[in-house]
Design a binder for this molecule. Structure first.
Ligand code: ADP
Ligand code: MG
Length: 696
């Protein structure tokens, strides 16, 4: 029996632990520092560090590490033990305030997009007291931000923290205009729903592509995929259920609110959703969740795949980013309330999001751009690369009334009448769902569905926060001057909706007609990372980020280059892996199989049988033709990879990798998959898609 409340947060130096281990005065000072966002006094830091160490040692920890999120996309840590020598031999366990507040990892070995070439290699990590320290594998982990010697952000946390400050400032101004003098802080909140695949580790180990790239580069379609729709919400198999139970318990120990679990659409695909938290904590927790998902899988003889597209032909994995804003008094600013038409404050915040999404479609697309996610966003899969918003019938009706000045007639909450008498009747939600929309209003929050399953949600959220803050600033500027706030706000909402209504689309986002319609509306359709990323440093975007102190121009350029370089490197690794598999395994296997067929033909002929083995001969012809073609495709891919060296500009290089290298890989794969379908399963060098997708 697990005692969940006791287990929950047991590995975290949370409020409860702070109260227990810190002197009262220090606890109060620390809380105040966290709430006011002020720098920490070194004397307090010394006391906190000592208490943290005592707590950690009691929990069996021997080391500490600053835990940070460099531009690699994963977390980084460097462990130091608490030991300190004493005169006469032996050690004592020590941890100072200085060690808690500041670390000095070498910045030159992390991606910096050119910052390190112009500045020194030295980098610093700085404690983020808004996120609790925790114990992992015997080390006290201290969440930190990571920056260069000259103060440029080299990580994903710093711009997120900055963006939270700027949206707080602007949202508060709007609240004040509406007479709210009670709220002292507005936070953005996020609940990230995490999708993932599980495969058996024995099968996984036989696939070089999964090992090196996290996705399959070859693989003919199995007879069964997701067409029967029997996996989504299906009953969970015992081995997966055991994994999920173990996983939840691990997550609870870290104070992560793991709440919902279910099977997803594709075979072998599952989802885990936590209860939402402030953006900063949700981000740290999601990074930790991804790490723990992989670790727990190992214990169960499984491998957890977080890649956005591990398998062609079935759904890929995303991370629905449920986003809202809430006050420290507990009010959700995106809650429409009973009568949204009369809820002017809600309409102002809604209008701000509508305008922000329309004005910064490019940034939203960029915020989720990665080599893996391109397989989803650019390929008519969920969701498309075109940004639009779904508001649902009820809110659309509200906005129609704002525009026309005509009365808004709410349908109220319709009652769902179940036809069997034993079943209860219940009220329905006022709007249905639209699973195809990239940015959907879902009752009291927006669900941004384009985020990739392996991505750090900090990116999407610092961008959403900043762009909404920018509009709120303009709104506050206007409303602060108004004499009649309600009338001015009504007019502002009306004008905003009129100017930005093109971004609202309640229909099917996967349809061909939408692509045409979106083009007519002038919406962007940035299908791939190399198309999207150059826009990151446009004049509009430099202005946006520098104005709100979220990213300097140098930081923005560095981020753009890091992302472009990473894209090229990933495709390069994929291409080299594909070539390795093609030359060392697939080609020899097919060639040998043809040889065996030829032996069979000779054998049949040698016994003087009355029939000719025409089927075998046809197979030999077909496979030999395919193999010849395969050899040509190998050469073409080889050439494409070599050619990349001549394209030196980062943006052009990424585009080259997409258009030449990725395209050549796809052609190579097509031939391989056809050969796989035409051969004996035993002769094929890798476990099939069927074996992978139905391995657990
Ligand atoms: P649904 O299943 O309708 O999408 P859920 O209630 O399951 O809605 O929520 C999905 C995710 O959205 C969960 O992680 C949930 O905690 C999160 N969420 C709910 N309310 C908010 C909010 N105000 N801000 C951010 N995330 C939220
Ligand atoms: Mg959802």
């Amino acid at each position: 029996m697990v005692n969940v409340p006791e287990l929950f947060g047991s590995e975290v130096f949370n409020d409860e632990a702070m109260k227990k281990y810190l002197p009262k005065g220090t606890y109060k000072e620390l809380k105040k520092t966290i709430e006011d966002g002020k720098p920490l006094d070194i004397n307090i830091a010394n006391v906190v560090a000592h208490a943290m160490k005592e707590w950690a040692i009691e929990k069996g920890a021997t080391h500490f590490t600053h835990w940070f999120q460099p531009m690699t996309g994963i977390t980084a840590e460097k462990h130091d033990s608490f030991i300190s020598p004493v005169a006469g031999g032996g050690v004592i366990m020590e941890f100072s305030g200085k060690e808690l507040i500041k670390g000095e990892p070498d910045a030159s070995s992390f991606p910096s997009g050119g910052i390190r070439a112009t500045f020194e290699a030295r980098g610093y990590t700085a404690w983020d007291p808004t996120s609790y320290a925790f114990i992992k594998e015997g080390s006290l982990c201290i969440p930190t931000a990571f920056c260069s010697y000259t103060g440029e952000a080299l990580d994903k946390k710093t711009p997120l923290l900055r963006s939270m400050e700027c949206i707080n400032k602007q949202a508060l101004r709007v609240l004040r205009v509406f007479g709210d003098n009670e709220t002292t802080h507005v936070s953005t909140t996020v609940g990230p729903e995490q999708e993932y695949f599980l495969v058996d580790s024995e099968v996984y180990k036989k696939r070089k592509d999964l090992i090196y790239c996290g996705r399959t580069l070859f693989g003919a379609r199995p007879p069964k995929g997701q067409e029967l729709e029997d996996h989504y919400f299906g009953s969970i198999k015992p081995r997966v259920a055991a994994y999920m139970r173990d996983l939840e318990q691990e997550l609870w120990k870290y104070g992560i609110y793991a709440k919902t679990k279910h099977n997803e659409v594709s075979p072998a695909q599952h989802e885990l959703a936590p209860i939402f938290d402030t953006t900063n904590i949700a981000t740290d927790h999601n990074q930790l969740t991804m790490e723990i998902m992989k670790k727990v899988a190992e214990k169960h003889g499984l491998v957890c795949l977080l890649h956005e597209k591990p398998f062609a032909g079935v759904n890929g994995s995303g991370k629905h980013n449920n986003w809202s804003m809430s006050t420290n008094t507990g009010k959700n600013l995106l809650n429409p309330g009973k009568n949204p038409r009369e809820n002017t404050l809600f309409l102002v915040f809604l209008a701000a999001v509508i305008r922000a999404v329309d004005e910064h479609q490019d940034l939203l697309r960029i915020s989720v751009a990665s080599a893996g996610n391109d397989h989803r966003l650019g390929a008519n899969e969920a969701p498309p690369a075109i940004i639009s918003m779904y508001l649902g019938d009820d809110l659309t009706e509200v906005l129609r009334s704002v525009l026309s000045g005509k009365e808004y007639i709410s349908e109220g909450k319709p009652v769902m009448e179940t036809t069997a008498e034993v079943l209860p009747n219940f009220t329905k939600d006022t709007s249905d769902r639209n699973r195809t929309s990239p940015f959907a209003f879902t009752g009291n929050k927006f669900e941004f569905r384009m985020v990739g399953s392996s991505e750090n949600i900090a990116c999407a959220n610092f961008i959403i926060n900043t762009m909404v803050a920018d509009v709120l600033e303009d709104f506050a500027d206007q409303l602060e001057k108004a004499e009649d706030v309600k009338a001015a706000a009504e007019a502002l909402v009306k004008k905003t909706v009129e100017e930005h209504k093109r971004i609202i689309f309640n229909g099917n986002n996967y349809s061909e007609e939408w692509v045409e319609e979106a083009e007519k509306r002038g919406l962007l359709n940035l299908r791939s990372l190399p198309e999207a990323l150059p826009l990151y440093t446009s004049e509009k975007n430099v202005k946006l980020f520098t104005k709100h102190n979220v990213l300097s121009e140098v930081e923005l350029r560095s981020r753009r280059d890091v992302l472009l370089e990473k894209y090229s490197k990933i495709i390069n690794i994929e291409a080299l892996t594909a070539l390795d598999m093609a030359k060392k395994d697939i080609f020899p296997a097919v060639s040998q199989y043809i040889g065996e067929l030829a032996k069979t033909v000779n054998l049949v002929k040698s016994v003087g049988a009355d029939v000719t083995p025409t089927a075998d001969i046809e197979s030999i012809n077909k496979l030999t033709n395919l193999l010849n073609c395969f050899a040509k495709k190998i050469d073409a891919l080889d050439e494409a990879v070599v050619g990349a060296k001549d394209v030196t500009d980062v943006a052009e290089n990424a585009m080259y990798f997409k258009e030449k290298v990725l395209a050549a890989m796809q052609e190579l794969r097509a031939v391989a998959d056809e050969m796989e379908s035409s051969m004996s399963a035993k002769a094929w060098p890798y476990p099939s898609y069927g074996a992978l997708l139905f391995s657990v």
